[in-house]
Design a binder for this molecule. Structure first.
Ligand SMILES: *Cc1c(COP(=O)(O)O)cnc(C)c1O
Length: 427
């Protein structure tokens, strides 16, 4: 048995992992064309022909809509902005509650707070780590306006159940599909099932333009509202654009530029190939890891496909009797890029101390808010418990190769083989 790097042995991997470089000559060619045109953006926050942006923006939006089979695709400068425009367009505001998962990137929930509404956290399922739809109904009150599932790590949320409950209670569904472009849920793309879906094009995501996002919807009215909030709504309306309701018609500048749109178009054409690579790496690792004691490989539910934005393994604590944190520390000492599960969002100081706007506790103390949300530890037991048994990595992607997967396998086996020694030291 070789000595763990944690205890002074030689690490399995010595060199750092390469960044997520997904662009190449094709993107370069398209960027040069945009630069040669000199037109880097033509967006205007007014009711003019430039309200919808320039050529590359319009082409990207059309191509995205075609690819995903949606009526409207709306580009934005990040998925965070995309989530903000989505909650705004949905008409959510002070006094409202929105149900969201605590296991997500922070922006899914801040999008709710930005509109002075209250995030209500729904516990997660033990297998996919997505929102557990069976917890939803008891969280619904007369204040609930929407449900925001996240397709975590690239596995679709339980959309059939979520849509059924949303219909029954007349709630909007805003899907955070940042990690799951073209993940299939029973034949339909994640992100295109609810009222609005949001995708990310940031530099860590499966396809990327540096910073960017896309919001999709089939609803014409929502699409107009999304486009307005993206681009100085109030000023556009003042210059004659008609809109049914002024609710949340306060705009920002969340516009993407022509260079980013040109890059995103090429990236979209590469998406399928990038996913093939990820799935090959994951299949390879799953096969190797299946017989390893105490390591549980990712679940893919019937009718679903997984985009593997992150590859998440679960520790069987009956066979690996050490804290997940220590297991990860040992893996990281071996040069591996593994992280624990998410810390449930409600444990952040913002929620624990309920301070967002000003120092008076808004929006939690807003007089329009008639509820009394509780974010005490213990709120979502699975979310809290799973943090300690999940280890996840994003390095199942190009430019890595199968030999890098072999290293991941080797490092995991090395730590598993030494678990007894680690446990005895911890005693
Ligand atoms: C990355 C991510 C976001 C935010 O994306 P940006 O484009 O960086 O703003 C939101 N939600 C989830 C689940 C993400 O993974």
């Amino acid at each position: 048995m070789s000595k763990l790097a944690l205890f002074g042995g030689t690490p399995v991997r010595e060199k750092p992992y390469p960044l997520n470089i997904t662009t190449g000559e094709e993107e370069k060619g398209e960027v040069v064309k945009v630069l040669e045109s000199g037109i880097l953006s033509v967006f205007e926050g007014a009711n003019t022909e430039y309200f919808l942006g320039g050529e590359q923006i319009k082409l990207l939006e059309q191509e995205w809509a075609d690819k995903f089979g949606v009526k409207h695709a709306i580009s934005v400068n990040s998925a965070t902005s995309g989530l903000y425009v989505a909650v705004g367009a949905a008409g959510i505001g002070p006094g409202d509650e929105v149900i969201v998962t605590p296991w997500t990137m922070t922006a899914t929930a801040t999008a709710i707070l930005v509109y002075n509404a209250i995030p209500i956290f729904c516990d997660i399922a033990q297998d996919t780590f997505n929102m557990d739809a069976s917890c939803l109904e008891k969280l619904i009150t007369e204040r609930t306006k929407a449900i925001m599932p996240v397709h975590l790590f690239g596995h679709p949320a339980d959309m059939e159940e979520i849509m059924k409950i949303a219909k029954k209670h007349d709630l909007m569904v805003i899907e955070d599909a940042a990690q799951a472009p073209t993940a299939l849920y029973k034949g339909t793309y994640a992100g295109t099932i609810g009222d609005i879906g949001v995708f990310s094009l940031n530099s860590n995501k499966i396809i990327q333009c540096g910073e960017g996002g896309i919001v999709v919807t089939d609803n014409d009215e929502l699409a107009l509202r999304l486009r307005l909030i993206r681009n100085h709504a109030e000023a556009v309306i003042a210059t004659g654009m008609e809109v049914k309701s002024l609710v949340n018609m306060l705009g920002w500048n969340y516009r993407m530029n022509e260079v980013e749109a040109a890059i995103s178009r090429v990236q979209l054409s590469k998406l399928e190939d990038l996913l093939i690579k990820r799935r090959e790496f994951v299949d390879y690792l799953n096969e190797k890891l299946k017989p390893v004691k105490g390591i549980i490989t990712p679940v893919v539910k019937k009718g679903c496909t997984h985009t593997y934005y992150r590859y998440a393994l679960k520790l069987d604590k009956s066979k690996i009797p050490i804290p997940g944190e220590v297991f990860i520390k040992a893996l990281r000492a071996e040069g591996m890029d593994f992280y624990p599960g998410y810390e449930p969002l409600y444990l952040q100081p913002l929620y624990q101390r309920k301070i967002v706007y000003g120092n008076a506790g808004c929006p939690f103390t807003c007089p329009y808010y008639k509820g009394n949300v509780d974010y005490s530890p213990g709120l979502c037991p699975n979310a809290e418990k799973l943090r300690d048994v999940i280890l996840s990595t994003e390095v199942v992607r190009p430019p890595l190769q199968f030999k890098d997967m072999d290293e991941i396998f080797e490092a995991i086996c090395k730590v598993v083989d030494n678990v007894d020694e680690i446990a005895s030291i911890l005693k």
